[in-house]
Write a protein of this length. Structure first.
Lengths: 254, 330
């Protein structure tokens, strides 16, 4: 498999806090790469820096040998790097169809064509029954699907999913994983950030672990899970690794 | 109301608007309706950036003034027809929009709004300052040379009325098209969530600038027509913050980000201003403004989406049953 996205020595700091220190990683074509690490390890900063929300302080990002380092967000989307946000961000006043059409307009100037493309994505992501529903009225699970659907309509090469399963129950989460697999099979490489290890193990071909802005480990999901360094990085040892994250745990469990 | 009923009503309204200057001969009435048309036109233009794109501009009188001054000065000083001068004015207004927009669109929310107020005040002061050219605070009177379409001068109000109506219809059709076009979709996305829009490849600065420039051109066209209708312009009349606010108020009262909102808003606001002036103007100075202000407050509080929401019909589609009732386990 050839390298699609090659990131070398990516650096980003905020007022002296080094959020990313020389992070290098490759994403192969067709791959689902898990990006894990404790809270504050720099996962979201990595996504935001690649996607153009933040400008990197150093390092390079090559997309199919094209230098895309520090490009603004819209330009990254045009180059084929799509992302979803940690908290779902649909255009609340628009219907599902209108939401996805905005994304599909990246590839055409005709709203009618974009709508047709949007409908295909909507059918693929299982949102066909709420095409005309205003997205403010959608439950969390549907909003997460809509995030994926919008990103899919961009026809990206790389899709960065920042905790796209957050707030879902176990069954919905399984459906979400199926959806990510489906998107991956259409030829999209995925960078998958998630706290729920079960999901990471089930989905990812390869996993990269960040800790305090540095690359801690890399390898197959199973190998990484057994890595002593990784277990130590997650305070509380191995038992905590297999449980779900704080956010998705019931609020009563203290 | 069924379809035939609505078509019948629309035809009736159209006929009333078209025949109004024939039926009434009072110039004041014709002028009042003409001002409704001009404010509706400016409201439609303002709505492109202020409503669809949600970038609140309170500096639109600058473009109105640029249109008005360009056409008037070119005619008075160089005997260039306002049909040409008006286009020059629109192009200059577009240029001004680029100059103002490029730096100001880096700002968001109230900061953008404040920047447009500042830009508008700078423009007004510039019009006052260069008095050899603009006539300063004295303004520029437009000498009457007899009826001529090339000089946009008519002894009766009716031709201006039809020109303003034509401009309104043209702008209305343009905006209706833009609403559904790519730029309209992108503006709506920017209004909803600028960061999410950018993540979908929307070059928000560029889209906002295009909408702002178009909006400026429309406002300038209204300015040209106003100047020739009234026959006199001065900075406090055409470049004031008051005018900028009134353009925004027309849209906010009518319904921000809607097609018919500016038309409805202009009708209500202009007629209200005229009525309160007529009946309360002699009562005590400012009495009409107090009533006008109170009514605006009532509208904004009771109908935050504007008066157009009184006409809202079908409720939005809702979720299919099994989805809506699903118990969500967090």
């Amino acid at each position: 498999m050839s390298t699609l996205l090659k990131v070398t020595n990516l650096k980003k700091s905020f007022q002296g806090v080094h959020a990313l220190k020389d992070v290098s990683l490759d994403l192969a074509e067709g791959e689902i790469l898990g990006l894990i690490g404790p809270n504050g390890s720099g996962k979201s900063t990595f996504v935001n820096t690649i996607a153009g929300t933040f400008r990197p302080d150093g390092g390079r990002a090559l997309l199919q040998d094209v230098d895309v380092t520090g490009l603004p967000t819209p330009a990254m989307a045009r180059h084929g790097v799509a992302r979803t946000f940690q908290s779902s961000r649909p255009f609340l006043g628009m219907t599902v169809l209108e939401n996805v059409t905005v994304a599909a307009l990246l590839h055409t100037d005709r709203p009618a064509e974009a709508e047709a493309a949007a409908r295909e994505c909507i059918a693929l992501t299982g949102l066909a029954d709420c095409v005309d529903v205003t997205s403010a009225n959608l439950p969390v699970e549907r909003r997460r699907r809509l995030d994926l659907c919008r990103a899919l309509a961009l026809k990206p090469k790389v899709l960065m999913l920042d905790e796209c399963l957050a707030g879902l129950n176990p069954r919905e989460m399984d459906e979400g994983l199926d959806l990510v697999r489906l998107i991956n099979r259409t030829g999209v490489s995925v960078i998958f950030i998630e706290h729920v290890m079960k999901a990471v193990v089930a989905l990812c071909h390869r996993v990269v672990v960040l800790n305090q802005g540095e690359l801690l480990a890399e390898g197959s999901p199973q190998a990484v899970m057994r890595d002593e360094k990784v277990i130590r990085a997650y305070l509380g040892g191995s038992s905590k690794l297999c449980s779900t994250s704080k956010r998705s745990a019931p609020a009563t469990a203290t | 109301m069924n379809r035939t009923g609505r078509i019948f009503l629309a035809a009736l309204a159209g006929a009333a608007v078209l025949l109004f200057p024939v039926v009434t001969t009072t110039p004041y009435y014709i002028h009042t309706v003409l001002m409704v048309f001009l404010f509706a036109t400016m409201g439609l233009g303002w709505n492109l950036i202020g409503g669809y794109g949600a970038q609140l501009s309170l500096g639109h009188s600058t473009f109105f003034a640029i249109g008005a001054y360009s056409a008037v000065l070119l005619m008075v000083n160089y005997e260039i027809s306002p049909l040409v001068g008006g286009i020059v004015g629109m192009v200059l207004a577009c240029g001004a929009a680029v100059v103002i927009g490029l730096p100001c669109f880096r700002l968001r929310g109230p900061y953008f709004c404040l920047a447009t107020i500042a830009a508008g005040e700078i423009a007004r002061i510039l019009f006052l300052h260069f008095q050899e050219f603009t006539g300063g605070a004295n303004g520029v009177p437009l000498p009457f040379h007899g009826d001529d379409i090339l000089t946009l001068q008519f002894s009766s109000k009716a031709p201006y009325y039809y020109l303003a109506l034509g401009l309104l219809v043209a702008v209305f059709v343009l905006v209706r098209w833009m609403e559904k076009a790519k730029i309209g979709r992108y503006l709506a996305a920017i209004r909803e969530d600028q960061d999410a829009a950018e993540s979908l490849g929307v070059r928000t600065d560029r889209v906002k600038l295009i909408a702002y420039v178009l909006s400026a051109a429309i406002t300038a066209a209204a300015g040209v027509l106003y100047a020739f209708t009234v026959g006199y312009i001065d900075p406090d009349g055409v470049a004031s913050l008051n005018l900028s606010i009134e353009i925004a108020v027309v849209v906010i009262v009518g319904g921000i980000g809607t097609l018919w909102g500016p038309v409805l808003g202009a009708t209500v606001v202009v007629l209200l201003t005229e009525l309160t002036n007529m009946y309360l103007g002699s009562l005590r100075s400012g009495a009409s403004l107090v009533l006008y202000g109170l009514l605006l407050i009532v509208v904004v509080v009771a109908r935050p989406k504007g008066l157009i929401s009184l006409f809202d019909r079908a409720p939005a589609a809702s979720l299919p049953k099994q989805v809506g009732t699903r118990v969500h386990v967090a």
